[in-house]
Design a protein around this ligand. Sequence first.
Ligand code: CIR
Length: 252
Amino acid sequence: MPRAFVREVPDSFVEALTMGDRPVLDVARAREQHAAYRQMLLDAGYELTVIPADENCPDCPFIEDTAVVLDGFAIITRPGAEERRPETGPVAESLAELMPVHHITEPGTVDGGDVMRVGKDVFIGRSARTNDAGIAQFAEIASQYGFRVIAAPVAKVLHLKSGVVPLDDETLLIATDCTDPATFVGYRLIEKPPSEKSGSALRLHDGRIVVTANSPMTIGTLQGAGYDVSWTDTTEFQKADGGLTCLSLLFD
Ligand code: CIR
């Protein structure tokens, strides 16, 4: 059975980090949207593990940034934002009950939102949060398991996966101004409608694609390309620079 880890929304979510001006975040609304996201994963057949919120970690619902699960092992990250580093502890404990875990260590930094796995390729965004030392450590661990690690540039957005996400093992949805399309040689690229910054996409285990409800052009583009698309509302998380993938860790 496919598994999903999510982390609850703390009251302190109003203090979540943002790249721009501080938005007004509505915690009650964020919790409603989080509940709908969780229900969507349950309906899709995931066994759900819900990690309690930590009031000292406003960004803890963005669980994707704390760990990367590949085939039967996990790499616990060292988030680029110092205040987010305590988030990794409970996630590492829960994953360690299921599989071997490796750790990114100082001076390396990696945010899971910068790590995009497609088949046996792992693209890692070189971003404000993920540094070369982190990429090198990640590559050393993942290459032992047969993965190829490729660094990718990131522009305009916080994480690589805000700019490019996999739709299947051959195809990527890409915002061409947020990374360099030439990095993804060999893949079929579908361009994200440029006016729709919010249009990140989450691939479910059954091949369905979930997008944010406020990205109608992306929904149309993906349906036109033959994908089975559904959508969910994550506006409160988007205000804090979160993509759709960031709210869960999905693995088999
Ligand atoms: C942060 O700045 O770290 C959070 N407010 C947003 C993290 C979003 N993570 C993701 O999309 N993977």
